[in-house]
Design a binder for this molecule. Sequence first.
Ligand code: FAQ
Length: 320
Amino acid sequence: MTDSSTLNEDLLRRFQARIDAEQRIEPKDWMPEAYRRTLVRQISQHAHSEVIGMQPEGNWILRAPTLRRKAVLLAKVQDEGGHGLYLYSAAETLGVSREEMIEALQEGKAKYASIFNYPTLTWADIGAIGWLVDGAAIVNQISLQRTSYGPYARGMVRICKEESFHQRQGYELILALAQGSAEQKAMAQDALNRWWWPSLMMFGPHDAESAHSAQSMTWKIKRQSNDELRQKFVDQTVPQAEFAGLAVPDPLLRWNEARGHYDFGPIDWDEFNRVVSGNGMCNRDRLTHHRRAHDEGEWVREALRVHEERKRSRAAQDAA
Ligand code: FAQ
């Protein structure tokens, strides 16, 4: 055995021992290249999801029915942009630049959550996104607050606090519709019908089909599996639907006394794969809009570059 492979094995052993001892990994610590790559993949895809996720709701800001609803929605959409920024910053600590991540998104090389490729057709969809999409996101993100990489875990703590407000405003909106006129209740039911299954898909493929889960669990990047988190979401959301007087669109859904959980019907993985591979209802629109907004912001990036250059040259002159 060569000296370098002994050294590498020793580093790997110490790295895993730190993880097993619940010590956080920080940017300057040694880490295996595959750990770094897995984090860049997951954190950047998470960031892209937050930013692309602004589009379906942004679509309704000008059509919010009251000033109060408009202020809430505006704040929520801005929060999502902020989450994207924390997450891009966390990924940058792993040696990847913002430009590289944006390029990967725009070239279709990096994914974002499939759910944001569904359209927001009615005002009730805004309630459904907060209640179900943020509700699913928060179940996953609470678990990620204890992820092994320090900057990602700390970002999640703040994000979870904001996500909790997002979920509540969505459920409150849905409740108002469900308790309103027959037409409003039907609108809330229709939104639940369309967003329920895509929300369950947010947790990713079943554990047995999940390419990255086993390694990510060993590294404690993921603390709970896709199926465990999905079950948690179903268990907490079904009583909320019942309280609102809405029916979850799953004929196989029933409480299983022996398991202490709800059983639910099969997920349409063909639909999931179709949407993830770029052929959902809104994939092309989402990326076109992102490219346009990014191009329109070029003057801001240019102004920042020039400002930084001037600051540097002034500092150099002062030092001379
Ligand atoms: N959509 O082996 P796994 C939000 C991909 S934030 C698209 O299980 P992993 C807030 C996966 O990337 C929502 N692709 O992968 C908000 C991988 O592809 P790759 C985002 C998906 O990473 C609310 C392949 O399938 N949250 O909503 C999806 O171990 C309202 C194999 O899957 C996060 O990103 C999917 N649903 O587990 C914003 C949380 N699921 O990379 C605005 C952080 C799986 O090999 C409005 N991420 N894939 O090409 C995670 O926890 C994990 O990455 C999972 C997937 C659980 C998503």
